[in-house]
Design a protein around this ligand. Structure first.
Ligand code: PGA
Length: 261
């Protein structure tokens, strides 16, 4: 991994932890993380909306070096969108990173490429950084369609952005068949897909942009497979679901760098 790209390990809590549990989880995480980890790795947590204010308060009052993230947002600033949360509201809570286009949003809630594109733009215009997700299904993989699927998602989701905007983004490659299943892509397969994605960025926005954009792998990341993933040249971080709910396990993932030197 190029030195310029600071590793980012993100914990996507999905629909887990009420706000009391969230406070406990983040306090425990701050306790079990080694302070030295923060010197080499960025660490973000992405609680459900109802927890964000509580987690923000704990992070800020205890001056934790954790980055506050969200899992999703709408693309409009405000209006008649029952049940939705706007990027402006998240920015007001000092949210820095917003996951956009997670496969569960796409597959379970029908989010389209166009919606994901509008969300990326809205997150950026509110001064936050999108973690833009892409990934293929098992069927697409078996049919040899991985590269086309993820390339298409990235081209569609980042359409219209400037090289400077894309350079600051995070892209997460998350094969859908590996999410929550215990099946992990091999480090070589994950590297191959992330390399393709960096190539898509290079073709669309230039080599310098591609060298700056951070690419995460996600899908059944555990302490045992994190170091091998992070040793891959085009993998700059990890998007962790299930294993991020246990602060000890998540901290062991963050500590990957001590195993690879
Ligand atoms: P998982 O989820 O680590 O539980 O597989 C990853 C994700 O969906 O971001």
């Amino acid at each position: 991994m190029a030195d310029a790209r600071r590793p980012l390990i993100s914990g996507n809590w999905k629909m887990n932890h009420n706000h009391f549990e969230a406070i406990q989880a983040v306090q425990k995480l701050a306790y079990v993380l080694n302070p030295a980890d923060h010197d080499v790795v960025d660490v973000s947590v992405h609680p459900p909306f109802t927890d964000i204010r509580s987690v923000q308060t704990v992070i800020e009052s205890d001056q934790m070096r954790l980055i506050l993230g969200a899992q999703h947002c709408h693309f409009e600033e405000k209006g008649a969108f029952t049940g939705e949360v706007s990027p402006t509201m998240l920015a007001k809570l000092n949210v820095a990173l917003v996951i956009v286009g997670h496969s569960e949003r796409r597959e379970v809630f029908g989010e389209t490429d166009e919606e994901a594109r509008r969300k990326v733009a809205a997150v950026l215009s509110n001064g936050m950084t999108p973690i833009f997700c892409c990934g293929e299904t098992q069927e697409e993989r078996v049919a040899g369609g991985t590269d086309d699927k993820v390339s298409g998602q990235v081209r569609a989701g980042l359409a219209g952005l400037s090289p400077q905007q894309v350079a600051g983004l995070v892209i997460a490659y998350e094969p859908i068949w590996a999410i929550g299943t215990g099946l992990t892509a091999t480090p070589e397969d994950a590297q191959a897909a992330c390399r393709v994605l960096r190539g898509v960025v290079a073709d669309g926005w230039g080599r310098a942009t591609a060298d700056s954009v951070r690419i995460q792998y996600g899908g059944s990341v555990k302490p045992v497979n994190a170091p091998d993933m992070m040793m891959q040249p085009d993998i700059d971080g990890l998007l962790v679901g299930g294993a991020s709910l246990d602060p000890n396990e998540f901290a062991r993932i963050v500590a990957y760098h001590r195993l690879i030197g």
